[in-house]
Design a protein around this ligand. Structure first.
Ligand code: HGY
Ligand code: MN
Ligand code: MN
Ligand code: MN
Length: 414
């Protein structure tokens, strides 16, 4: 079947994406919707209204995850869950996360309208947070659902304005006992639709991609302490310049990552200086490292090599180095039974598809620890994501939704 008549859900998903992107819209045409921010709260409540008008029963949990439920004949038979995350990076795009939530909502309302009550319960989730953009921790939403995090023991982490995660959660109306316990043991299957955020599907002209697995990811924050001093009166040889040291460290990341081979990526995305004044030698430099690899031992070796190099540079320059690792997600494989089913459905619909590994992290990485998980990708124009230029053709979005509907039908109605 060619893509043209796969456009059945194109207008539904595009109006969903356009509507949701209004919450946190920035001037460049992108979206900034950080965990527990006012835009995030409004978006979750808008979503709740959309779910309810589609006939779903909605529930928030204590962490702020939102679920829309289409109860089956046998609720004790566990839940088949689809969805993704509602938060975005700063100045992000309209599709990352939002597509998977909208696809799930459209799929459940289609199934309810055309096939009535399922045998097994279907739910769509809008996970509270996946990106790690506001606080130095990621997967706060799905992490609470699988018991990796717990709202009764909130990590002491702060955002750029010094607001703590626990305070932000309470201010948004969530927290221990506020809604329903987040940890769940009744989820049997999780299917996440997501944009590829890479260029393979578009360049090789595939309509959808079936995800084999997701790379491992480790994120750190490094603090380099030197000595703030006068830029004019401090000879070069007597300086303990935190930024000069950090620059040497950051430059070594590129060299080391390249040496580890092409499927290795390492990124320094955030850098803060103090006192950050033109005529003062920086006394403090704080920067993040995001490192990824499909192979766990290679990722460990890369991180070890990077930290060892940093320590040598700090010693050489008489600088203090402190290292905080705040994310360590292992590489995971998706459920082969589900990926096989997806392949059958894609070929039965005549869709051009291929399997591929995800270089981006996803909630499915957490959910696969407690249930069978699978992902379906759609192409990203020019491979761009985490940017207002993020875009996917509506027909591809619609084709993936059509596949999701058939898969959920197989899982919940047969
Ligand atoms: O950064 C990532 O891997 C994803 O977009 N959270
Ligand atoms: Mn995402
Ligand atoms: Mn149908
Ligand atoms: Mn993202």
């Amino acid at each position: 079947m060619n893509l043209a008549n796969m456009g059945h859900f194109a207008s539904d998903i595009m109006s969903f994406i356009d509507k949701l992107s209004g919450y946190g819209a920035d001037l460049a045409g992108g979206v900034t919707r950080l965990l527990y921010s006012p835009a995030w709260v409004q978006a979750q409540h808008e979503l709740q209204a959309m779910m309810e008008s589609s006939g779903l029963v909605t529930l928030f949990d204590d962490a702020g995850n939102l679920f829309g439920r289409l109860e089956g004949d046998d609720p004790a038979d566990g839940v088949i869950l689809t969805g993704s995350h509602i938060d975005t990076v700063r100045c992000g795009g309209k599709y990352d996360g939002a597509f998977g939530v909208g696809a799930g909502l459209i799929a459940l309302s289609h199934l309810r309208a055309h096939h009535g009550k399922p045998k097994r319960t279907l739910e769509v989730v809008s996970f509270a947070e996946e990106e790690g953009s506001r606080f130095p921790l990621a997967y706060w939403g799905s992490g609470n659902v699988i018991g990796h995090y717990d709202v009764f023991h909130v990590p002491e982490v702060y955002d750029a304005d010094g607001i703590g995660l626990a305070d932000a959660m309470q201010a948004a109306g969530f927290g221990p006992g506020k809604k329903r316990p987040a940890k769940r043991t009744d989820i049997r299957t999780f299917i996440e639709l997501h944009i590829e955020q890479g260029v393979i599907l578009e360049r090789e002209r595939y309509t959808v991609g079936i995800v084999d697995g997701i790379v491992g990811q480790r994120r750190f924050t490094f603090e380099v302490k030197g000595e703030a001093n006068h830029a004019g009166t401090t000879p070069m040889i007597w300086r303990r310049d935190a930024l000069a040291g950090a620059c040497e460290m950051i430059h070594s990341v590129e060299t080391l990552a390249v040496a580890f081979g092409e499927s290795t990526v390492a990124t320094v995305g955030q850098l803060e200086l103090s006192p950050n004044i033109s005529n003062v030698i920086p006394g403090l430099a704080k920067f993040t490292l995001d490192s990824r690899h499909a192979d766990k031992s290679k990722l460990e070796a890369l991180c070890e090599a990077i930290v060892t190099r940093f320590q040598a540079i700090a010693a050489d320059r008489d600088l203090e180095l402190s290292t905080t690792e705040w994310m360590n997600a292992e590489p995971v494989l998706m459920n082969p039974e589900l990926t096989q089913k997806l392949a059958q459905l894609c070929s039965s619909k005549g869709l051009r598809y291929r399997s591929l590994f995800s270089g981006a992290g996803h909630d499915a990485q957490m959910m696969q620890k407690v249930c069978k998980a699978a992902m379906l990708f759609v192409p990203s124009r020019n491979g761009v994501s985490h940017s207002h230029l993020e875009y996917t053709e509506p027909e591809a979005l619609s084709a993936a939704i059509a596949v999701l509907i058939e898969l959920l039908y197989d899982l919940a109605y047969r």
